[in-house]
Design a protein. Sequence first.
Length: 176
Amino acid sequence: MASSSQRKQARAGSASHDADPGERAREIALRLLSHSPRSTGQLREALISRDVPDDVADEVVARYVEVGLLDDAALAGAIARTRHNERGKARRVIAQELRRKGFDDSLVQEAVEQISDDDERAAAAALAHKRWNQLSHVDNDARARRVVGMLGRRGYSPSLAFSLVKDLQRADSEGA
């Protein structure tokens, strides 16, 4: 149990935070950023949701951009590469995620442009091939639907998904 003097110190510390919302905002921001990288929009919203005044939140975000603690372009690019390379997501789904995270449209466009049409097709083909093989015990129509559905959920176009499935079906029939 806390002693009387410890409670007084805690109240005094709390009072100093109330007196200086900027210091409180900086502490919140550093705690959030130490947990995971965030966009400027995410950090601003997180500060405001913790009762930091708008102008103080804007000042803290601007300062953190100035000193390099926040870099939306680098973060958007890293997220795009990771989502594509590790999770096989298409540019469309990555762009939606980046917009949800509060990135500016120009940064979203720049980030997804790192992924070429060939990169996207190769990733989709690898995913389709892997899933196709996993479903070897399922009848051909259901197998095709499941692979197309999986690719669709990852953001690939229906035309690409059906094209890849046709290629897989053709390869199966030639191998049989």
